[in-house]
Ligand binder design. Structure first.
Ligand code: PBG
Length: 325
């Protein structure tokens, strides 16, 4: 090896073309998933205060957005539902004419060429806001599984192309895979929220999805943010149960977890760049304290560098527009 200072790493960074040539990681629009919050009604576009540019949309407006995403080359959208009525069992989650079921059918009807991924969880649909049904004020894992399975099946029947269970119930992937297979939906993949941490960064989402728990928190089912070996066990379990894609959520404070999972499993891996991460950058950018576009490119590249294959982000559309600009 040539001795310092003759050997210089900086030689390869000195102009734009060299930097482009040497770039190890790129994020493409093809890796992005855009989330939406769908509500009942017509011509509705309710801004979510803590998430600038994010809205609760009625189905007519969602269709326009889905078309936009298709035009921009975004391959997939992730749908969260806001039902008309909530109850103890979250029955609007698996109702035949539930909001997600109607939204999926409407997109398919319009023949919009985009993958419809649906969130499978009860928290938006239960009156208490927890991700499962309650027994004695705590979430009953096993009674919830059946309802999650029913929800996933109803989504597939309505036209969903992929389901994404996010409730962190043990056995949710197996319960969903089993019911889908039994009903001839063997081709519908499952993207499992495998390592979902109990995080304060979901705050703005809970405003958007109207899913703040009425009492307590989600620590009994979501993971302790101090643990990464446990994340590996969660991922191993989900892969065993039949997950096609596993996920880490949130993203920003968890890149070590992304890296470890990628190294250990070599499995398709998604990261959820969550609402609080979005709100944080938006707020700072609005103050003019940093450049949003550059910051977002840096964050997305960081996710990919860590090992994420797919990125779920509220910036998907903006990102596509910036890349096309
Ligand atoms: C529902 C769910 C949540 C998010 C995705 N699915 C909220 C939660 O667990 O409280 C958060 C996404 C975000 O913050 O952007 N279980």
């Amino acid at each position: 090896m040539v001795e310092f200072p003759i050997y210089r790493l900086r030689r390869l960074r000195k102009n734009t073309l060299l930097r482009r040539l040497m770039r190890e990681t790129t994020v493409s629009v093809g890796n992005l998933i855009m989330p939406y919050f769908v509500c009942e009604g017509k011509a509705i576009k309710n801004p979510v205060t803590s998430m600038p540019q994010v809205n609760q949309l009625s189905i007519d407006n969602l269709l326009k957005e889905a078309q936009e995403c298709q035009r921009l080359g975004i391959p997939a959208i992730l749908l969260f539902g806001i039902p008309k009525k909530k109850d103890l069992l979250g029955s609007a989650a698996y109702a035949k004419n539930g909001i997600i079921q109607k939204a999926a059918a409407a997109i398919k009807d319009k023949r919009i060429d985009i993958l419809i991924i649906t969130d499978v969880c009860l928290c938006e649909y239960t009156s208490h806001g927890h991700c499962g049904v309650l027994s004695n004020k705590s979430v009953d894992n096993d009674r919830t599984l059946n309802l999650l399975a029913k929800t996933a099946l109803s989504h597939a029947m309505a036209g969903a192309d992929m389901v994404a269970p996010s409730s962190m119930m043990d056995g949710q992937v197996k319960a969903i895979r089993t019911i889908l297979d039994k009903n001839n939906f063997t081709d519908i993949p499952i993207m499992a929220y495998s390592a979902k941490f109990a995080s304060s960064f979901y705050g703005p989402f809970r405003e958007a999805a109207e899913s703040t728990p009425a009492f307590g928190d989600r620590k009994a089912y979501q993971m302790d943010f101090a643990n990464s070996r446990e994340a590996l066990r969660e991922v191993a379990q989900d892969i065993k149960e039949g997950a096609d894609i596993v996920m880490v959520k949130p993203g920003l404070g968890y890149q070590d977890v992304i890296y470890r999972i990628k190294q250990e499993f070599h499995f398709p891996l998604a990261v959820y760049n969550v609402s609080g991460e979005y709100a944080m950058i938006k707020a700072v950018a609005q103050k003019g304290w940093l450049d949003e576009e550059k910051a977002v490119l840096e964050i997305m590249t960081g996710f990919k560098r860590a090992g994420a294959d797919l990125i779920i982000t509220y910036w998907a559309k903006d990102f596509a527009e910036w890349l096309n600009a």
